[in-house]
Design a protein around this ligand. Sequence first.
Ligand SMILES: Cc1ncc(COP(=O)(O)OP(=O)(O)O)c(N)n1
Ligand SMILES: Cc1nc(C(=O)O)sc1CCOP(=O)(O)O
Ligand SMILES: [Mg+2]
Length: 212
Amino acid sequence: MFNKLQYISQGETVEKQLQNIHQALDAGCNWIQMRFKNQTPEKRFVLAEAVKTLCEEYLANFIVNDDVSLAQEIAADGVHLGLTDMSISEARAILGDRKIIGATANTFEDILLQTKNGCDYIGLGPFQFTETKEKLSPILATEGYVSILNKMKSENITTPVYAIGGITLENIESLVKTGIHGIAVSGMITKSLQKEQLVQQLNDNLYANVII
Ligand SMILES: Cc1ncc(COP(=O)(O)OP(=O)(O)O)c(N)n1
Ligand SMILES: Cc1nc(C(=O)O)sc1CCOP(=O)(O)O
Ligand SMILES: [Mg+2]
């Protein structure tokens, strides 16, 4: 079963990214998506290699945002692809069945397409406005998640869904009730001054009703 909390990295330099990722791992995150936009391939490679080593040390999953070649080159655990990135089927043909391939969705129709093409999880968003990503799709709010998750249930689509976009601690309870599997967050963890406490609180909320 996939973890319920994903940290999506932030930082304008390799050093800042590494610092943020290291702090997230120290705080207890064990799923890292390296999101390092508008950088040279060399810098992305240097960062990816360092993140791979760190994630191995912390036994964390390491997912590369956008870049299937980089994910393959450094043998990451997987890749996350949006609606305008490489198609899920193409990525699957390159990476094979043992790698994790995540896909973005904003509507139920996106979910139908991405699951048909064989993604392993869905990042469904945005939940609300966020400054972390430009050109956001329409905001879903809690009602959007209720409607889409209900349609998934009626069509027996069981692919895990992660809510994403502007999520704060206060939103978790209502989001969990919609039937999401987990959340993917960036700013909330990057900006926190008490990351360990925050990650503990997030996991307490996300796993509140899970029977082990
Ligand atoms: C878990 C998760 N969900 C959605 C996204 C967004 O991916 P994408 O639409 O490709 O946008 P960028 O992140 O590439 O700007 C994500 N990264 N992770
Ligand atoms: C990377 C990303 N994708 C989104 C989508 O809606 O597809 S929202 C988003 C940003 C997530 O960061 P934060 O937790 O800081 O809002
Ligand atoms: Mg993308």
